[in-house]
Design a binder for this molecule. Structure first.
Ligand code: NAP
Length: 314
């Protein structure tokens, strides 16, 4: 696979990243079965063998189980840890933790960020996280306090570089102004089913500052793909039927699946969007790599944009 640098850092990743959100096969840790865990490990190894070199995770994915599954894969495959980048996130605290009455909330306090990072390192079974991200903006975020935690983790050798997720551009700027370490990634929802980042300044800021935009749910969580759809955070867009038909029409021309076209559409953007593939099916994980070799024309790109908007451009 072709490679791309993470923002202004020296870290290099495959153009497609692999996401471990679905690796446990369930969101409830008490439901995780040995076979489900083994399937998660198989998906991760399939991605590694297909050339993916960045693995995205978060402390809340199945309440830590997905980090453990990635850790298991890293131990099972000799040399894998040295060849891949491990990314994970913190900052979302689930309801009922630690006290039963605690609501779901966001927490970017310095103390919590450091503690959460140490928990992720333990579950992953590694000494350093390559990319550590803040998962969703904390309404009470204090950029100077966050910067202090980042510097502490960096100086301790626990994190190599930092990023954010679901951040609006103004909050990225506020945090960067306070932080001596560069923010190299903003991981946001981008797909033909979710076009906001093209017009709300997110991708403009990535272009201006050299931040790598990572696209979560690049296939709309399965809405734009050919197979099953376990769970999607993406609301079904109003023009989904026309969009799928437009994807199929372009896919037919190239002899690939509509998933490959939906990913090639993201890859064409000059901000160097890095789609994070979430399939747990080894065959699909391998198949969509074809997007890396497919260059859509401007006409095809706009044809799909118009189908996604459901209306002509002004
Ligand atoms: P996605 O690639 O848009 O959707 C994956 C889903 O589509 C899976 O359920 C998969 O099912 C299904 N699918 C059906 N046909 C497929 C095909 N031909 N090719 C590929 N997938 C197909 O991505 P996602 O899983 O929603 O999200 C990807 C990653 O983004 C996550 O793993 C996570 O790392 C990250 N994420 C981040 C945030 C955030 O807030 N930062 C939020 C959500 C996700 P099968 O498994 O059966 O193939």
């Amino acid at each position: 696979m072709q490679t791309v640098k993470l923002g202004s850092s020296s870290l290099v990743s495959s153009r497609l990243a692999y996401g471990c959100w679905r690796s446990a096969g369930t969101w409830n840790p008490s439901e995780v079965a040995a076979e489900g865990e083994a399937a998660g490990v198989r998906g991760i190894i399939a991605a590694y063998e297909a050339g993916y070199t960045l693995f995205d995770n978060a402390d809340i994915y199945c309440r830590g189980v997905c980090e453990q599954i990635l850790g298991r894969a890293l131990r099972e495959v000799a040399g894998m840890r040295e060849r891949v980048l491990v990314a994970t996130k913190c900052g979302i605290r689930l309801a009922g933790e630690p006290q039963p009455e605690a609501p779901k909330r966001y927490d970017f306090s310095g103390q919590y960020i450091v503690r959460a990072c140490e928990g992720s390192l333990r579950r992953l079974g590694i000494e350093t996280i390559d990319l550590y991200m803040l998962h969703r903006p904390d309404y009470l975020a204090d950029p100077h306090e966050i910067a202090g935690a980042f510097v502490q983790l960096y100086d301790a050798g626990k994190v190599r570089c930092f990023g954010v997720s679901n951040f609006r551009p103004s909050l990225v700027s506020a945090l960067q102004a306070a932080c001596p370490l560069p923010l190299v990634v903003n991981q946001v929802e981008i797909s033909l089913a979710r076009l906001n980042c093209f017009t709300d300044g997110t991708l403009d800021q990535c272009l201006e500052k050299g931040i790598t935009p990572q696209a979560w749910s690049p296939l709309g969580g399965g809405l734009l793909a050919d197979g099953t759809n376990q769970r999607s955070l993406t609301p079904v867009p109003p023009h989904a039927e026309g969009l799928v038909a437009a994807l199929d029409s372009v896919a037919g021309k190239y002899g690939v699946s509509r998933s490959v076209i939906a990913l090639a559409w993201l890859l064409k953007h000059p901000s160097r969007i890095m789609p994070i593939i979430g399939s747990t099916n080894p065959q699909r994980i391998q198949e969509v790599v074809a997007a890396d070799r497919l260059e859509l024309s401007r006409e095809e790109w706009y044809q799909l944009l118009i189908a996604a908007r459901g209306t002509e451009l002004p």
